[in-house]
Design a protein around this ligand. Sequence first.
Ligand SMILES: [Mg+2]
Length: 265
Amino acid sequence: MPDPDLLAAVDAFAAHPGVLVATDFDGALAPLVLDPADSRPVEGGMETLAALSDLPGTTVALVSGRDLAALRELSGATDPLVLVGSHGAEDSRRPDGLVLSDEQRALLATLEADLRAVVEAHPGSRIEDKPAGRVLHTRGIDPQVGAAALEAAAALGERHTSLVVTPGKEVVELAVAHVGKGTALVALAEELGVDAVFYAGDDVTDEQGFAALAEDADAARAARRLTVRVGEGETAAQFRVPDEPALVEVLSALLTARRSSTRAG
Ligand SMILES: [Mg+2]
C-alpha cells in the first residue's frame, strides 16, 4: 500500500472542485522496455484513468515525450482523456497538431542526416522519429558504445544551436520545437481553470513538470499540487512510489476518494 502521508495527500487533493490528473506514460504507467514500440501500460492503469476522466470536474491527461500517434496507440486512450505529446508540442484536442516553420522543417532534415551518421558509427543505437525532432536510443547496447553515441548526438546541439537537446536514461532527444512538460502542464491547468494538479513521472523531463507546478504563478494552485516521482533518482516531487504498479495503486486510491467527494459535493 502507498504510504499514509501520500494517501492523506490524495484525499485532500480529491476534495478540490476542479482537478487535473496528469501522468507521464513510459516509466510511470508503462514499464521501460528494450523496444519503445513494445511499451504497454501496466494492468489497471488506463482503466483507472478512464474512470477518473468520467467524474465531474476531473480532467485526465497523459503527458509524454512521445508523439501523439504513438501515445494514442500504445496507451489505447480515448476521449475525454487528453493526450499531450512531444513534450507539449502536440495536444489531442488540436487535431491540426504541430506546425513547423520552413526553418524548423529544414533543420529536421539536417538532424535526420546527422543522426544517421551517428547510428552508423555506433552499432545498435536507434533513431525514433518524432514530429518535432528525433530521439537516439541506446538501451540494451554496449554501455561504452551507448555513451559515445549519446555524446555524439548531444554534440549536434552545439553544431545546430537552435536544436533543443534533452538527455534521459540511455536516450537523447533533439527537437526543433520544444515546449517542455512543465510549461505544458501549467498551461493546461490554466486553460482548464482547475484548482489543483496531480502529476507523476519518472525521468528528467518530469522533473521540469514537478518544478513548474511548484512555481505555478497561481500560488493557490501551486500549494494544492500533488507530485509523485516513480522510481529512483533525485526529485523535486513531494512523494515517491517505487514502480508503475505502485503508481496505479495511488491512482486507484485517488479514484475512490474522488468518487466519494464528487458524490458528496
Ligand atoms: Mg517517463
